[in-house]
Write a protein that binds this ligand. Structure first.
Ligand SMILES: Cc1ncc(COP(=O)(O)O)c(C=O)c1O
Length: 386
């Protein structure tokens, strides 16, 4: 007999909300009955320009019609143009890009190059971090479940330091450490922003002790903090920035950007990916960058973020104890379980996210979330938390 009908065809690895979206526009999703849902989750920070932005869809269909794919065995102008676009938006001396397909892969390649460059093997990571689901990225992700996977694979575990703890970081970086990997704003932990002091000290300590600094901006990059890179938002320049999620507004892409001096040590065959830098995701990413610029989405992020932070705090400490994060990666620290509030908002057709911290409701809407939509979300929160 072919097939096993009694077993679900998809591995049941995801907790899912009961909504089947059939279309989307901006920060709205539409179900099969034509109901509109306000999306303050953005498909996990991916819908940077909003759902199915016409300029992104056009770029994808034009590129697909022209040439769907050719591998990196041949140069392609859109890949080269996107690399130049990214470098132009990154602080110097970040100057060279490697394209892959996901955030985990971008981090995996940064870890690999950091080890190769320094000749060291250990990595320092932060408690609360999430860096991906490959074995090497799980080794630097916080939590026993991830550490167990890495141990089974025989990989060196990250040396974990408490979040934003400068003294612990100072003690952890010794001459075995190849790199420190940090999310400037931790996503899964509940939109927790590192302090500028911590990141500045991390830069100095890495320089002093011969280690490299990796900013995992998979969730907090591509404009989410109100600057194109979190590095710029915090005023600290790492040796590697990794991007994915919102970069192509929904097509799979990852990018690792590094300095000219590290790039000078990379040779043919050191890194690779069949699909990485394919013309269609690159065209989608170029269109995403253009939309961010043309629609002044960085300014919008700052404006809407301020409104959300102010409005959330105005609900009072009996409802919202604190607001954390930056830009449109915000965590509302609630006085009651975030999962209950998420459910109550869902009943009002509003999508939000939870976090590893059960008291934090996470907001990661499209960068084009409007002030009206922010007000709608705040009104619903006021009702739910009353
Ligand atoms: C900060 C961060 N790094 C890495 C990843 C992994 O990205 P991907 O799922 O594209 O591999 C994620 C995904 O949520 C993330 O939030």
């Amino acid at each position: 007999m072919l097939g096993t009908p009694s077993v679900p065809a998809l591995l049941p690895v995801y907790a899912q909300l009961p909504l089947v979206p059939v279309s989307g526009r901006g920060s709205l999703l539409f179900d099969g009955d034509g109901n509109a849902w306000l999306d303050a989750y953005g498909g996990h920070a991916v819908a940077a320009t909003g759902h199915s932005h016409p300029a992104v869809v056009r770029a994808i269909s034009e590129q697909a019609a022209q040439l769907l794919f050719y591998s990196t065995a041949l140069p392609h102008p859109v890949r080269e143009a996107l690399a130049a676009d990214l470098v132009q938006r990154c602080p110097q001396p970040l100057s060279s890009v490697f394209f892959c397909n996901s955030g985990a892969e971008a981090n995996e390649n940064a870890l690999h190059l950091a080890r190769k460059q320094t000749g060291r093997s250990r990595i320092v990571a932060l408690e609360g971090s999430f860096h991906g689901r490959t074995a090497a990225t799980q080794a630097v992700t916080w939590g026993e479940k991830f550490a167990a996977t890495a141990r089974r694979a025989g990989l060196p575990l990250g040396r974990m330091v408490p979040f934003d703890d400068l003294a612990a970081l100072q003690a952890a970086i010794d001459d075995q450490i190849a790199a420190v990997i940090v999310e400037p704003v931790q996503g899964m932990a509940g939109a927790r922003a590192c302090s500028v002091e911590f990141l500045t000290a991390a830069r100095r300590l890495c320089d002093e002790r011969g280690a490299l600094l990796i900013f995992d901006e998979v969730q907090c990059g591509v404009g989410r903090t109100g600057h194109f890179t979190a590095a710029e938002s915090f005023g600290v320049t790492p040796d590697f920035i990794t991007l994915a999620k919102g970069l192509a507004s929904g097509l799979p892409i990852g990018a690792m950007i590094t300095t000219a001096s590290i790039a000078a040590t990379v040779h043919t065959g050191d890194l690779g990916s069949t699909f990485g830098g394919g013309p269609v995701p690159c065209a989608a990413a170029r269109a995403t960058l253009r939309v961010i610029e043309d629609e002044r989405l960085l300014e919008n992020v700052r404006r809407v973020s301020a409104l959300l932070c102010e409005g959330a705090l105005a609900l009072g400490p009996q409802a919202i104890r604190a607001v954390q994060g930056r830009g449109l990666l915000l965590g509302l620290r609630l006085a009651r379980p975030a999962a209950d509030v998420q459910k109550a908002l869902f009943a009002r057709r509003i999508l939000t996210g939870t976090a590893a911290d059960p008291s934090v409701l996470r907001l990661l809407p499209p960068l084009s979330f409007t002030t009206d939509q922010a007000s709608q979300l705040l009104s619903a929160l006021a009702e739910v938390l009353a």
